[in-house]
Design a binder for this molecule. Sequence first.
Ligand SMILES: Nc1ncnc2c1ncn2[C@@H]1O[C@H](COP(=O)(O)OP(=O)(O)O)[C@@H](O)[C@H]1O
Ligand SMILES: [Mg+2]
Length: 383
Amino acid sequence: MGNCWFKGNPYFNRVSSNATKSESPKLQSPSERAEKDDSLLPSNPKEVEELRKDSARKNPLIAFTFEELKSITKNFRQDSVLGGGGFGRVYKGYITNDLRQGLAVEEPLRVAVKVHDGDNSYQGHREWLAEVIFLGQLSHPNLVKLVGYCCEHDHRVLVYEFMPLGCVESHLFSRVMLPLPWSTRMKIALGAARGLAFLHEAERPVIYRDFKTSNILLDEEYNAKLSDFGLAKDGPVGDKSHVSTRIMGTYGYAAPEYIMTGHLTAMSDVYSYGVVLLELLTGRKSLDRSRPVREQTLADWAFPLLTHRKKVLGIVDPRLAADDYPVKAVHKTAMLAYHCLSKNPKARPLMRDIVATLEPLQQQPVELVGENTTNTGVGGGGS
Ligand SMILES: Nc1ncnc2c1ncn2[C@@H]1O[C@H](COP(=O)(O)OP(=O)(O)O)[C@@H](O)[C@H]1O
Ligand SMILES: [Mg+2]
């Protein structure tokens, strides 16, 4: 079962200087900012619903009490922990109609309950609120569904639809699970690309900012859904080319220009998407300190190899047998990753174009390695 909770692993380090979701104290001191903005953050369901008033009718959310959450999770049982990370743990639970009078759920509804307790920092509260606002207004087959939330005293909790196969990271890097077949990797790549394309082209565009394999969850048919919207940001509006933010994200996934300048654009997500594509292709982690120094950052190591047809075949996940994947699709995927990882953000493809490139790569008949190593069909850079 998916469990992406590898606490303390440097893989989870944020771009900020420590392993939690705290941020780089670059622009102003966090305490100063906290004091200024804390008063604006809602502290009860009424205030949350007031903030959500534009989306509340279309996307109603249940405001749970903490007592109800205890009953849903059987008092936050240790053996139902699904994962965890920056701000707390995620528990599996069930909602039944007897939880509250008038609650119309298809019962028993399996849910995942993310508890932010234990760290009610300003940043924790902000990330909780970002999820309520973004996931509470967006609805798409490739985004995880938010069922409700809890905002009572110091408790900040999110309740999502349960994703039975957990996160992509746990499948890709597990030592015990069977390797994901090529066709499943392509299905995940397409689903996740559709999720990001939807965000980038929403009426009010959204930049996801933390695209990585632990934030892509899977339903029972390996449909990919993006979750963890804590770092999501409204895209630039009007004639603005970017939004300026404090630098947040995850080492190994964040775009170099964003780390350097704090200027965030949809193209930062496209870079992270390229890193995930590489992880699917190679079975290597975006950042792996156990490898020789020049191989530790996957994007830096793989980038120069992606345009060489023979070298690309040499970096495919060694757990896939040579006749398990279509060579043409591997080359096209490698070229797609190459374009996503361009140092120049403007040279990266739009998510919509990535979706169009991946659609024909689904369910292609398997060709033997070496049978056809010509023409990747994806523009630029081939050798
Ligand atoms: N809806 C869900 N269904 C199943 N597992 C989930 C769900 N939401 C989160 N998880 C598990 O918990 C982990 C952490 O959740 P996430 O929302 O990414 O929190 P964090 O902010 O700690 O990164 C995920 O990687 C996944 O393994
Ligand atoms: Mg996460």
